[in-house]
Write a protein that binds this ligand. Structure first.
Ligand code: GUN
Ligand code: ZN
Length: 433
């Protein structure tokens, strides 16, 4: 494979800004270069020096656009792509009214294939190079997802959504404890580690599973400990009451997972807004990750994620769109929503922190730190190039900027897919504007 040298501004991280402070860990080069070969980043440096050192490579000069690691979406539902922005419901009613009927359509393999491909293309157009998705209860929805990602060379995480509780799950979306175990195991063994695919064991959330199903999936995770596990946790106050009604012995929501072997360092817990102190302590202790889904948390009316509090408690966190409960495919818009929620909590997130969450932070929740979401030597060459003047409104504001952060922040707050100048996946150009 030939080598490519990308020139522009470059932004990379040497550590976690929430731990070490953003000033200590950010590296910005206003005229930098990134050399990619065989799907990986092999050198970084000053543009002109790299041009001279590598005279025989193909050069793409992005001018003063910003070369970043590709965005990593740590929690989404590809089967909900077609129902994004559905009006007027809070979580439980939203699931019953819009989500479950749409997910039922994934019994049709052609529908699953179409939406999987559509979602990947929308993600790439928005600069997202890795998705972490719930599929539906149908095994074919998992095949559709990993096949669509494989066709595009994308590193993705996903798994069959498991749900078997009769009182809370429509018949069209119901499996059993045994079939969830059997299907998840077969799909895991088929896809996990195939190319760039990672399998996540996926109980939807405790209200739609029986104790027997949670136990079976906990057992599967113990048998296949390199797999990830994804679910939902403490998204809405009504939901928590519902969970504690169904599981009266549980100490709290997290306990409904912990009791059945579904709490661990490779676990991803979406939303995690209304947590008890015990839950925060346990998440931190086991090194589990929570995933902030800010556009969803405002759209569905769930609440204000306590990012600074969780950072202080040393809970790992990533950032995600939660499409289609989330209202945007864009991780830029998602960063903006995280900023707005921070403001409502009197914590102003710095642009360096926001970009870290959308790249390095999310990658770390997937145990892929240094591999993806990272503009550094040895990382896989999943790269997003941002035009920092993509609309007249942004351009006039950026013209006033006196630092890279001041130049980047208007794109974070006001940017969309028009700000995505180019996307590279595993060293291949996938999007170019
Ligand atoms: N909780 C259980 N399922 C879902 C889902 O599909 N979306 C959101 N936002 N929360 C959930
Ligand atoms: Zn979700």
């Amino acid at each position: 494979m030939s080598a490519n040298l990308l020139l522009g501004q470059t932004l990379s991280y040497t550590g976690n800004p929430f731990v070490e402070g953003w000033q200590a860990v950010t590296r910005h080069n206003s005229r930098g270069g990134v050399l990619i070969r065989d799907g990986r980043i092999v050198a970084l440096g000053d543009a002109e020096a790299m041009r001279i050192a590598h005279p025989d490579v193909r050069v793409t000069d992005y001018g003063d656009a910003l070369i970043s690691a590709g965005f990593v979406d740590a929690h989404m539902h590809y089967p909900q792509t077609a129902i994004i922005a559905s009006w007027g419901k809070r979580l439980i009613d939203w699931l019953n009214t819009y989500t479950f009927p749409e997910e039922s359509r994934f019994a049709d393999q052609a529908h699953a294939d179409e939406i999987a491909g559509r979602t990947m293309d929308l993600a790439l157009a928005h600069g997202t190079t890795t998705l972490t998705s719930f599929c539906t209860v149908h095994p074919g929805s998992v095949d559709a997802y990993f096949s669509a990602a494989g066709a595009r060379g994308m590193r993705v995480v996903g798994g069959k959504t498991c749900m078997d509780r009769v009182e809370t799950t429509p018949a069209t979306l119901r499996d059993t404890a045994q079939s969830a175990y059997d299907d998840s195991k077969r799909l895991l063994d088929k896809w996990h580690g195939q190319g760039r695919a990672t399998y996540a064991i996926t109980p939807r959330f405790s209200p739609t599973s029986t104790e027997a199903q949670l136990e079976a999936l906990g057992a599967l995770w113990a048998e296949r400990p390199t797999a990830l596990m994804q679910t939902h946790l403490s998204e809405q106050v009504d939901e928590i009451e519902w969970v504690l009604g169904i599981y009266p012995q549980a100490r709290d929501y997290l306990d409904t997972y912990e009791k059945y072997g579904l709490l661990g360092g490779r676990g991803l817990y979406g939303h995690a807004i209304h947590l008890q102190d015990r839950e925060i302590a346990r998440l931190s202790e086991v090194g589990a990750s929570v995933v902030h889904c800010p556009t969803s948390n405002t759209f569905i009316g769930s609440g204000l994620f306590d990012l600074r509090g969780l950072a202080v408690a040393k809970v790992k966190f990533g950032l995600a769109t939660d499409t289609g409960g989330g209202s945007s495919f864009s991780m830029l818009r998602t960063m903006a929503a995280a900023y707005e929620i921070g403001q409502l909590r009197h914590a102003s997130l710095h642009p360096a922190e926001l970009m870290w969450m959308a790249t390095e932070g999310s990658a770390q929740t997937l145990h892929m730190g240094g591999m993806i979401g990272h503009l550094g030597i040895g990382a896989e060459a999943d790269i997003t190039v941002l035009d920092l003047a993509s609309t007249p409104a942004i351009a006039q504001r950026t013209a006033r900027a006196d630092s890279i952060w001041d130049a980047l922040f208007p794109t974070i707050m006001m940017g969309d897919d028009r700000a995505i100048k180019a996307v590279w996946v595993a060293g291949q150009p996938m999007v170019s504007r």
